[in-house]
Design a protein around this ligand. Sequence first.
Ligand code: 1HE
Length: 278
Amino acid sequence: MSKMSKKAKRLAPGFAPDFAPDLPASLAVEQRGNIAVVTLKRPHKRNALDDTTVLGLQSFFVALLKDIKAVVLNGEGEHFSAGLDLTELTERNTAEGVEHSASWHRAFQHIEFGRVPVVAVLHGAVVGGGLELAAAAHVRIAERSTYYALPEGSRGIYVGGGASVRLPRLIGVSRMQEMMLTGRTYNAEEGYSIGLSHYVVEDGEGLAKGIALAKRIAENAPMTNFAIVHALPRIAEGDPAAGYLAESLMAAIAQGSDEAKARLKDFLEKRGKKVLRG
Ligand code: 1HE
């Protein structure tokens, strides 16, 4: 077991053995009865999702103990997540780009089609890959500070963490196209009205609401939750595998362009625009 996982366990006493295997420092887990609360813990980077964090999420959801009946996912600091860690994107070739996108798909599949329902508690920026992560959860609660955007368009890249499949389910293809084309941001209330969240709550109240909903979900019969999580989307929508493959290919092709490289360099060297509220 790594040093980091020991640290995560020390921070959250009462874990069953192997409850949080190999968790990176960018994730914290706390068990509250039959609920697990997972926190993105990279606030100095606005919870940007690097490979280590994405793999850590996958490990956590794969290894979930039997007595956990629902998970709450949230983020520390001012923002839920600033999306993909752009420092990791600069020098990938096309094959590496496809694999990178596929690795997000695998990790987020373990959230969407894991053993238990997941409630995401959102605040601040929920942008790019941060929105893709939120979309993999089953219930979304937005604090009033939440804003949503898909800045991939302005960075010269394309979504790669499942948004092509999951976001149209929530808001429709047309709204997603418009968001990406124009760089539009939606605030918490607007996001609620178009289907990005199921609830809007006051700032600071999201976690309590998330835990309350998770406890309610945990009371359902396990097979009912299994059917809702695993069967319902497949019955309603068929198999999205072709969508993920097409997204990985498009993400890798877009990332490989000189234009993308120049724009990512601009952000990392502080010339690119931040994703601010509309
Ligand atoms: C980052 C990232 C990041 C912040 N990757 N390092 N995502 C974006 O295009 C969003 C980019 N981020 C922003 O627009 C802003 O950071 C925020 C509006 C979210 C927050 O602003 P602010 O003023 O609170 O923070 P900051 O000063 O911009 O950032 C603090 C630090 O976090 C700074 O690093 P530092 O070393 O200078 O302190 C930033 O560089 C760093 N940081 N966001 C890397 N995203 C699977 S495909 C998915 C594709 C995408 O997700 S594209 C969308 C990427």
